[in-house]
Design a protein around this ligand. Structure first.
Ligand code: NAP
Length: 244
C-alpha cells in the first residue's frame, strides 16, 4: 500500500475528482480527512472524517486545521482539489463573480496551504494542487477561471521553493476535460448532447474525456514516495490538449 497510515486531507471530496482521489487513497491505506461544502457526504466510509465548510472563509480553514491536529496529529498529504468552473465573456462578468472565481480556485488554496503546512511532520509532506489544462492555455469565455488556475500553478511553484528546506513538496496535476458529474450535466444541457460531446472530444488528441480515476492516479503519484524527488512540477492529464 503506497499510503499506508499516511494522514491526508482531500478538499472538494464531495464530488467528481475528489471522490476518486479519496477512494484511491483509502485503497492505499491513508487515514482521511475530507471536506466539501455540502452538509453530508454519502460516500464517506466509517473511518473517514468529513468536515463540511467554505474554504473561502479563513475562520473555517483555521477550524479545519484545528480539527486535523486533534484527530490526526500531523498531516502528511494535502490535496487541494476543490474549485469552481465559471464561463462568461470577460466584459459580461460581474466583479463579484470574478472575485468568487479567484477566491474559490486560488485564494482558498493559499489559505489551506498557509494553515496546513505547519501541521506537516518534521520529515516533510506533500501538497498536490489540482489546477486545469486552462491554467496553461487561455480559452475564450473562461478567462477568469484560466487566470485563477494559472495562478494556482505559480502558487505551487513558489511554495515548492519556499518549503523545499522542510522537504515539503508541492506539485500540480492539470486535468483536461474530465467526465465528472458537473461536466456530464453541462453536456446534457446542450440541445444536441452527443453532437456536442463529439465536438469536444475531437479537440482532444486522445479523442476522449479523462475519467476521474485517471486524474486520481496522477494525484496518488505526487502524494506517494514514488515522487520523493519531484517538487514544483506540473503534470498535464489532458489527453494531449496542451501538447501543441
Ligand atoms: N472536471 C473537469 O473537466 C476538470 C477539468 C480541469 C480541472 N478540473 C478541476 O478539478 C477539480 C475538481 O473538479 P470536479 O469536476 O470534480 O468538480 P466538482 O464536481 O464541481 O467538485 C468540486 C468540489 O469542490 C468543492 N468546492 C467548491 N468550492 C468550494 C469552496 N469554496 N469551499 C469548499 N469546497 C468547495 C465542491 O463542494 P460541494 O459540491 O459540496 O459544494 C466539490 O466537492 C476542480 O478544481 C476543477 O476546477 C476539473
Amino acid at each position: 500500500m503506497r499510503l499506508n497510515n499516511v494522514a491526508a486531507l482531500v478538499t472538494g471530496a464531495s464530488s467528481g475528482i475528489g471522490e476518486a482521489v479519496s477512494s484511491h487513497f483509502r485503497r492505499e491505506g491513508a487515514r482521511l480527512l475530507l471536506t466539501g461544502r455540502r452538509k453530508r457526504l454519502d460516500t464517506a466510509q466509517p473511518d473517514d472524517l468529513y468536515v463540511p465548510g467554505d474554504l473561502n472563509d479563513e475562520a473555517f480553514v483555521e477550524d479545519l486545521a484545528k480539527q486535523a491536529a486533534e484527530s490526526l496529529g500531523t498531516v502528511d498529504v494535502v490535496v487541494l482539489n476543490h474549485g469552481l468552473q465559471a464561463s462568461s465573456p470577460l466584459t459580461e462578468m460581474a466583479y463579484d463573480d470574478a472575485k468568487n472565481v479567484l477566491e474559490s480556485n486560488l485564494l482558498s488554496a493559499f489559505l489551506v496551504m498557509k494553515h496546513f503546512a505547519p501541521l506537516m511532520p518534521q520529515a516533510g509532506g506533500s501538497f498536490v494542487c489540482v489546477s486545469s489544462r486552462l491554467g496553461m492555455v487561455g480559452k475564450s469565455g473562461q478567462v477568469l477561471y484560466s487566470a485563477a488556475k494559472g495562478g494556482l500553478i505559480m502558487l505551487a511553484k513558489g511554495a515548492a521553493i519556499e518549503w523545499a528546506p522542510r522537504n515539503i513538496r508541492v506539485n500540480v496535476v492539470a486535468p483536461g476535460l474530465t467526465a465528472t458529474p458537473i461536466i456530464e450535466a453541462s453536456i446534457q444541457r446542450r440541445p444536441d448532447p452527443e453532437g456536442y460531446r463529439r465536438e469536444r472530444e475531437s479537440q482532444i488528441p486522445l479523442q476522449r474525456l479523462a475519467t476521474p480515476e485517471e486524474v486520481a492516479d496522477a494525484v496518488l503519484f505526487f502524494a506517494s514516495s514514488e515522487s520523493s524527488y519531484v517538487t514544483g512540477s506540473v503534470l498535464p492529464v489532458d489527453g494531449g490538449y496542451t501538447a501543441f
